[in-house]
Design a protein around this ligand. Structure first.
Ligand code: NAD
Length: 250
């Protein structure tokens, strides 16, 4: 069963080898999509795209840079002719306490996690509006729902909570144009975003609070993005889908 046959997708933050973005790119490719991987490092983005097959594209793009997003969108349209799916996945985190967050920490974390979604969407939504069709999924986090306390600090929590508001407002405004906008809120997923700063002890404590008894995998989240990108979710917009092993049941 191929859920994305003939579709094209842009996925931000999809070059890191063990990340959610690349797992999503791989799954989308397996479901028949052509995928454009956008990430900070052009060489890494290209290598990641080549790694999933010939039809795909890797582009260097800092999602906080509107001009870079515009250029990336132009390059994808030149190569693929259309964009059906946008996965706003890029993000960074920092395990800082409230009192440790400096102005630069605040700015960068808000910029990448929240403003980045605004910028990249701004580059692609006009095209989707013209075609009166599009599926957008945005990366939030369980941190947004429970006030942090997992790994990222209050600035990360604020950014990811902002994503929920932005995506819901976009869903409302873009629905009449045939564009769906949804969010995913993962719990703790076993990727390299923690940069070795998550101790085994912290991990164990978190697992004790997870009914399914394990951390999530990148593939666990990719499956939710696939659902939100495909026609299986044709009547779903403005929704927030938890993928957290039961860490937060509400
Ligand atoms: P990751 O570090 O493997 O992937 C993040 C990717 O984003 C990297 O490839 C990085 O280079 C890229 N990136 C960073 N800044 C960028 C920018 N300005 N422009 C373009 N690309 C940029 O981590 P991951 O865990 O796969 O994270 C993916 C998303 O999932 C992030 O938004 C993260 O906040 C979110 N998330 C992760 C977890 C988790 O536990 N791992 C939980 C909830 C949400």
């Amino acid at each position: 069963l191929k859920l994305l046959d003939g579709r094209t997708a842009v996925i931000s933050g999809a070059a890191s080898p063990r990340g959610i973005g690349l797992a999503t790119a791989r799954l989308f490719a397996r479901h028949g999509a052509r995928v454009a991987i956008l990430d900070l490092d052009e060489t890494a983005a290209r290598a990641a795209a080549a790694g999933i097959g010939e039809a795909h594209l890797g582009i260097g793009c800092d999602v906080t840079d509107q001009a870079a997003c515009d250029r990336a969108a132009g390059a994808v349209l030149a190569a693929f002719g259309k964009i059906d799916i946008l996965i706003n996945n890029a993000g960074i985190t920092q395990p800082l306490k409230f009192g440790e967050i400096g102005p630069d920490d605040w700015q960068r974390v808000i910029d990448v996690n929240l403003k980045g979604i605004f910028c990249l969407s701004r580059s692609i939504v006009p095209h989707m509006r013209k075609r009166r069709s599009g599926a957008i999924a945005c990366m939030s986090s369980v941190s947004a729902q429970r006030g942090g306390g997992v790994f990222g600090g209050p600035h990360y929590t604020a950014a990811k909570a902002g994503v929920l508001g932005l995506a819901k407002a976009m869903a409302r405004e873009l629905g009449p144009d045939g564009i769906r906008v949804n969010c995913v809120t993962p719990g703790l997923i076993d990727t390299d975003i923690t940069q070795g700063k998550l101790s085994d002890e912290m991990k164990q404590k978190i697992i004790e609070g997870i009914p399914l008894g394990r951390l999530g995998s990148a593939e666990d989240v990719a499956g939710i993005y696939l659902f939100l990108a495909s026609d299986l979710s044709a009547y779903v917009t403005g929704a927030v889908i938890d993928v957290n092993g039961g860490m937060l049941i509400h």
